[in-house]
Design a protein around this ligand. Structure first.
Ligand code: UAG
Ligand code: ATP
Ligand code: API
Ligand code: MG
Length: 487
């Protein structure tokens, strides 16, 4: 793919125009002909690498205003906000995007909502994709996951490929990091949704307000007037977002149990394999047999239906499509039963509210004993560790504290930070051993939740990613037990 710098800048005249064959923010990845985006970062200053990038063949530089680039010999574009400009240029570089695109933000539930939105669109007969933590999921393009919200060049490359292959609907996860770093600023959005905001990522955003502000950018800056805003108003932060959406002239669809919710959840009744929900929309009551375990999944499913409805889907069809939803890998996923009759689930709860939500959902099935295996990630918000310990102590009958991607930190130190609020927790660092011990302890009617890694396929220790999957581990243990239903 090739454009001229002038074309990339929207037809602006450029002295000594050059050909641009790609763009990157990393000098180590510069290929001859690339535009190098030199950004100040959280760990190093990318502007230090401009000379390296030029040596590697960069044909132009985009960087902050006032950056001194001596004798560059290539055009230098200065911008007060180079991250945002980079996102806009990435969109123009690839040129095309699916016609209807929506984004989902919130501390928990983004992946679930994006996946359900894709599934509902597909049930309504559209070619659709979801993009996020699980990678790219669609009928025609499948990619493994990396970042939850991909870097602009990666994102626009895939959006262009989807559009060219006939995918006209896409649901994209908007992480707070992604919004803060303007990764989505080149995406043409028809609508966006907010699920909830609770504690996470304080290492990055510092304050709850800073975290909220990053998420609010989606409604306050990215959506254009007339676009749709689907907002969970059961969360107090949702009510603030609703005000922002009004001020911006967005079309609002409120969702939740709250009396002001336009798409309202009236009732939920747990069944062995899911739940029956009663929903009020447009003066009609709908009774829906939702084949998903976990009360929270009803909220995610309604937010997804809201996104489909606000972007033009027929409401009754969208709501009835919920009856055929498939669960999302690693989210409250039943893996099997132990020989003694205990049910084992794998879930991706990695925040205090996520853990609370999943343990409460499990409790609603009246288990004999509720047990949980979990840990906390290294190099991530340390403040959530004792909070997750406290939640586990409060809601589970037996807690196994283990490792979950210690990264550069000392795994034992992370476990002891959890233990501060979970004194009775059984500490087993080796995750496989912890899962095995927990499964061996199960008795008839017990439930075990293995939380925190969900679909992940690695355990990151230092810089090394060791192959590890909760789902595979549980299956192997159940098969070895002779349970015969482990996969
Ligand atoms: C904390 C964070 O979000 N960091 C992102 C940020 O990096 P940074 O600014 O901190 O990078 P840095 O290491 O200080 O380097 C500054 C710049 O110099 C460049 N560089 C560096 C070294 C060199 O030799 N040459 C060079 O050009 C780097 O490419 C970078 O552009 O900007 C980079 C692009 O410029 C991103 O790739 C990087 O994401 C890293 C990989 C990351 O792990 N992010 C995670 C935390 C993240 O975004 N997670 C969210 C999920 C959150 C959720 O689940 O809610 C996600 O969307 O996945
Ligand atoms: N609506 C919800 N409210 C509270 N907790 C939820 C909700 N939806 C999901 N969860 C919990 O959060 C976990 C992660 O769900 P999901 O992957 O959909 O969230 P996410 O926002 O995409 O997470 P990430 O930030 O890692 O991308 C689930 O496994 C469940 O434990
Ligand atoms: N998207 C989340 C995933 C956390 C998953 C957990 N396994 C961990 O490593 O902490 C994050 O980056 O905070
Ligand atoms: Mg996700």
């Amino acid at each position: 793919m090739t454009v001229t710098l002038a074309q990339l800048l929207g037809g602006r005249r450029v002295a000594g125009d050059v050909t641009i064959t790609g763009m990157t923010v990393d000098s180590r990845r510069v290929q001859p002909g690339d535009l190098f985006v030199a950004l100040p970062g959280t760990k190093v200053d990318g502007r230090k690498y401009i000379a390296d990038a030029i040596k590697a063949g960069a044909s132009a530089i985009l960087t902050t205003e006032g950056t001194a680039v001596e004798g560059a010999g290539v055009p230098v574009i200065e911008d007060a906000n180079p991250r945002r400009r980079y996102a806009e240029l990435a969109a123009r570089f690839y040129g095309t995007q699916p016609k209807t695109q929506v984004a989902v933000t919130g501390t928990n539930g983004k992946t679930s909502v994006a996946d359900f939105t894709r599934q509902i669109w597909q049930a309504l007969g559209f070619e659709a994709a979801s993009i996020g933590t699980l990678g790219v999921r669609s009928g025609v393009v499948k990619r493994p996951g990396g970042l939850t919200t991909p870097d602009p060049m990666g994102l626009h490359e895939v959006l262009a490929e989807l559009a060219k292959k006939g995918v006209d609907h896409a649901a994209i996860e908007a992480s707070s990091h992604g919004l803060d770093q303007y990764r989505l600023d080149g995406v043409r959005l028809s609508a966006a949704a907010f699920t909830n905001l609770t504690r996470d990522h304080m290492d990055y955003h510092r304050t709850e307000q800073g975290y909220f502000y990053a998420k609010a950018r989606l409604f306050g800056e990215l959506l254009g007037p007339g676009a749709g805003a689907v907002i969970n108003v059961d969360d107090p932060w949702g009510l603030i977002l609703e005000d922002i959406a009004w001020a911006r002239g967005l079309r609002i669809l409120t969702v939740g149990c709250h009396e002001k919710a336009v798409l309202r959840l009236l009732n939920q009744e747990v069944t062995a394999t899911g739940q029956i929900i009663e929903v009020l929309f447009g003066g009609h009551r709908h009774t829906i047999n939702l084949p998903l375990v976990g009360a929270f999944q009803a909220h995610n499913a309604l937010v997804a239906a809201g996104l489909v409805i606000i972007s033009g889907g027929e409401p009754r069809h969208a709501l009835m499509a919920l009856e055929d939803l498939e669960g999302v890998p690693g989210r409250m996923e039943l893996i099997g039963e132990s020989t003694t009759g205990g049910a084992v689930f794998v879930d991706y709860a990695h925040t205090p509210d996520g853990l609370r939500t999943v343990l409460k959902a499990a409790r609603s099935h009246n288990p004999n004993k509720l047990k949980v295996v979990f840990g906390c990630g290294g190099d991530r918000d340390a403040g959530k560790r004792p909070q997750m310990g406290a939640v586990a102590t409060e809601l589970a009958d037996e807690v196994y504290i283990t490792d979950d991607n210690p990264r550069s930190e000392d795994a034992a130190a992370i476990r002891s930070e959890i233990k501060v609020a979970c004194a009775s927790g059984i500490e087993i660092g080796d995750r496989g051993k912890a899962i095995e011990t927990a499964i061996a302890s199960l008795e008839a009617g017990d439930m075990l939740i293995v939380a925190g890694k969900g679909h992940e396929e690695g355990q990151t220790v230092g810089e090394t990613v060791l192959p590890f999957s909760d789902i595979v581990t549980v299956r192997e243990i159940l098969v070895a037990q002779g349970a015969g239903n482990g996969g």
